[in-house]
Design a protein around this ligand. Structure first.
Ligand SMILES: C[S@@+](CC[C@H](N)C(=O)[O-])C[C@H]1O[C@@H](n2cnc3c(N)ncnc32)[C@H](O)[C@@H]1O
Length: 400
């Protein structure tokens, strides 16, 4: 490890509450060594790794050029391998102490040779370590496991799209397909970090508990369950056109302890509204990442009639949407690059249409709503400002 320099050891920094924390700063040219060291020190100190940019003369050999140019291919394999490792529960089994190959293969009903190949692959990518016959997660793996919903959405939900990009490009080609259950589960999982806190902040000025939230496109139901658990409403109904998502939601109701306050229905919002009448004044509809789907799948006129029906009932509407880009936003770094770059591509290839905030606000105004409050995501989670939330009131006046 000659190319690692520990610049500051046994030092302390102050956190935002003024409490001292042990701190180590490491300078290195090697991303891999930085991650190994950060992993080893993770329980002892805050570790700052500073990567020293080192740009050797362009690789002269064929092998050097090959290794560099193959990096995206290797990353694609790694993303799918990590998703499989998480989604099968292997990561959880190893974290809970089951680290012997035969026991793992037995627990997960897997072929030991193939499992061994996957684990070996992840060792080489430094997501696992192998000591004698036991595997352990590295800090790098734990960091991935902490944000599993992003893998569930992008790889579990949209991974099947990637081999078909070529076929989706010709004029008149159909839209690409996705795994709807994984999309709903991943999206709701991500929402725990971004959209749900944003919705809670939109509702924080309310002086009375909402009566009922009707969640349009509820996915696996965990978004709505979170809002009810956080006492944002007395009860909730989740609607989703995908039967697999509603099955998953119904399977979780008891574990959330919300059987008396929550119910789920497999239906489109259009059919739900057509079947309902009466006084919805204490209902608040929620449309999180779903108006973009209705817009492309059923068209703007169908979307407008849904919105008009909600405002005519005297119901409010909470909306979460994502802008399709922003002038001046650097798409080459950070979350803009690692998440939104793919997000924009997959929306264009599947049956969804992102639209600007101005576009949405004009439609909401036309359909009888005014914007009561607006918010963006906590910038510590997402500083791009692309995702926004609106609380809309029916213009005729909301009667609590
Ligand atoms: C991206 S997920 C959003 C999940 C969740 N609302 C969230 O904020 O994380 C969109 C969901 O809307 C559902 N959906 C699409 N069109 C719908 C419609 N017309 N009526 C009801 N659900 C619909 C899809 O099946 C999918 O589960």
């Amino acid at each position: 490890m000659a190319d690692i320099v520990v610049v500051e050891a046994h030092t302390k920094v102050l956190d935002l509450d003024g409490r001292p924390r042990p701190f180590v700063r490491v300078l290195t040219r090697s991303d891999e060594k930085a991650s190994v060291l950060a992993d080893k020190l993770a329980d002892l100190a805050d570790v700052e790794t500073v990567l020293i940019g080192f740009h050797p003369i362009r690789q002269a050999t064929m092998e050097g050029q090959l290794a560099e140019a193959l990096q995206p291919v290797a990353q694609a394999f790694t993303a799918f391998a990590l998703h499989a490792f998480l989604d099968t529960g292997l990561a959880r089994s190893i974290e809970s102490g089951m680290a012997d190959l035969a026991a793992l293969a037995d627990r997960h009903a897997m072929d030991p040779d193939r499992l061994s190949a996957l684990l070996g692959y992840l060792v080489n990518e430094r997501y696992l370590t192998r000591v004698a016959d036991r595997w352990e997660l590295t800090g790098k793996m734990r960091a991935v496991a902490r944000i599993e919903p992003w893998y569930t959405l992008l790889i579990g939900g949209y991974g099947q799209l990637l081999p078909t990009i070529r076929e989706l490009l010709p004029a008149g080609a159909p839209f690409g397909s996705r795994d709807a259950v994984a999309v709903g589960r991943g999206s709701c999982g991500i929402s725990q970090y971004d959209a749900i806190p944003m919705i809670v902040s939109l509702l924080s000025g309310e002086n009375a508990l909402l009566g009922r939230i009707i969640d349009i496109g509820c996915g696996d139901g965990s978004f709505l369950a979170s809002l009810i658990k956080q006492n944002q409403a007395e009860a909730g109904i989740g609607l989703d056109s995908d039967p697999g998502s509603i099955r998953a939601a119904n399977e979780s109701i008891d574990s959330w302890g919300l059987a008396s306050r929550l119910s789920f229905q497999t239906t489109t919002v259009q059919d739900f509204i057509a079947a309902q009448s009466g006084d919805g004044r204490r209902d608040c509809f929620l449309a999180s990442f779903v108006l973009q789907e209705i817009l492309e799948q059923q068209g703007e006129e169908s979307l407008r009639s849904v919105l008009r029906a909600i405002s005519r009932r005297g119901s409010r509407l909470l909306v979460v949407e994502v802008e399709p880009g922003r002038d001046g936003l650097d798409m080459t770094t950070g979350l803009a690059n690692r998440y939104y770059n793919a997000y924009f591509l997959l929306h264009a290839l599947t049956e969804q249409r992102l639209a600007s905030r101005d576009y949405w606000e004009a439609i909401f105004a036309d359909c009888g709503f005014s914007v009561a409050r607006s918010a963006t995501v906590n910038p510590e989670v997402d500083s791009t400002g692309l995702e926004f939330g609106l609380l809309l009131s029916p213009r005729s006046g909301w009667v609590a």
